[in-house]
Design a protein around this ligand. Structure first.
Ligand code: ATP
Length: 240
């Protein structure tokens, strides 16, 4: 992403944002409420316009190809899947049906079945609850399900919006462990947006700090964790 500006009418939510995520990397974008993190993800995945938002400047490229302005379902076809904030499962569908809903790009049922089996291997808890309605899952299980649903499109890059939000500490830790495993063992490229700076930076190869729509700091994940400014603003006296 280079020099990105995003607006909702008169509100400028993102200004001059430049971020790079290399193949196989896990990169975190941290910042407080309203910093512009979700807007950045929506700009990448092509859904900003559904909220009357616009990219007004800058470029977003995937493997060298410009993608800004590309329709959301075409962005998915290019290999980018977004997991939205707030664990948006289809509550009245079973876990398995939720996974099938994520397989709309797949052309045949054999591929869909293989995809579901792969998700079950990543998340044994979802296998155990495959026939259960998603609305009755715990928060952590729902988060696993929406990550699994995103994986059904066999993405190259996954955009994760606040996967730990609203989860108890143990549930959040489980989700971060899963994200690490998907990146390290399964070589998935991950762009992780989080308010939980401690966990996100501990996990990430590199991180960016966003304040009022702009990047104010960037560096190695652990290196950022050690910086006094980051500690003062996002760690000490906060959630950690
Ligand atoms: P949070 O962690 O609370 O989701 P965030 O960092 O993801 O915060 P954004 O949701 O990207 O922040 O919001 C950035 C700015 O854009 C905020 O000032 C917000 O009020 C504004 N904004 C977000 N969505 C809209 C919208 N649909 N219409 C108008 N303004 C919006």
């Amino acid at each position: 992403i280079e020099g990105l500006d995003c607006r909702y009418g008169k509100v400028q939510a993102v200004r001059g944002l430049s971020i790079e995520v290399a193949k196989g990397e896990l990169v975190a974008l941290i910042g407080a409420n309203g910093a512009g993190k979700s807007t950045t993800l929506k700009a990448i995945s092509g859904i900003l316009f559904t909220e009357r938002g616009n990219v007004t400047k800058g470029t977003i490229t995937l493997d060298g190809t410009p993608i800004q302005g590309t329709r959301a379902f075409d962005v998915t076809k290019l290999g980018i899947a977004q997991v939205f904030e707030g664990r948006r499962v289809f509550e009245s569908l079973s876990c398995e049906e939720n996974l099938m809903a994520g397989a709309h790009l797949q052309g045949d049922m054999t591929t869909v079945r293989q995809g579901i089996e792969r998700v079950f291997q990543y998340f044994p808890r979802i296998r155990e609850r495959r026939g259960q309605l998603a609305g009755y899952l715990s928060g952590g299980e729902q988060q696993m399900l929406v990550i699994g649903r995103a994986l059904m499109s066999s993405p190259k890059v996954v955009l994760l919006d606040e996967p730990s939000l609203g989860l108890a500490p143990l549930g959040a830790q489980q989700i971060f462990d899963i994200v690490r495993e998907l990146n390290q063992r399964h070589h998935l490229t991950v762009f992780l947006v989080e308010q939980n700076a401690y966990h996100a930076l501990k996990l990430a190869h590199r991180g960016y700090v966003m304040v009022n729509g702009a990047i104010t700091m960037s560096g190695g994940g652990r290196e950022l964790l050690e910086r006094p400014e980051v500690r003062a603003a996002y760690l000490e006296g906060g959630r950690h």
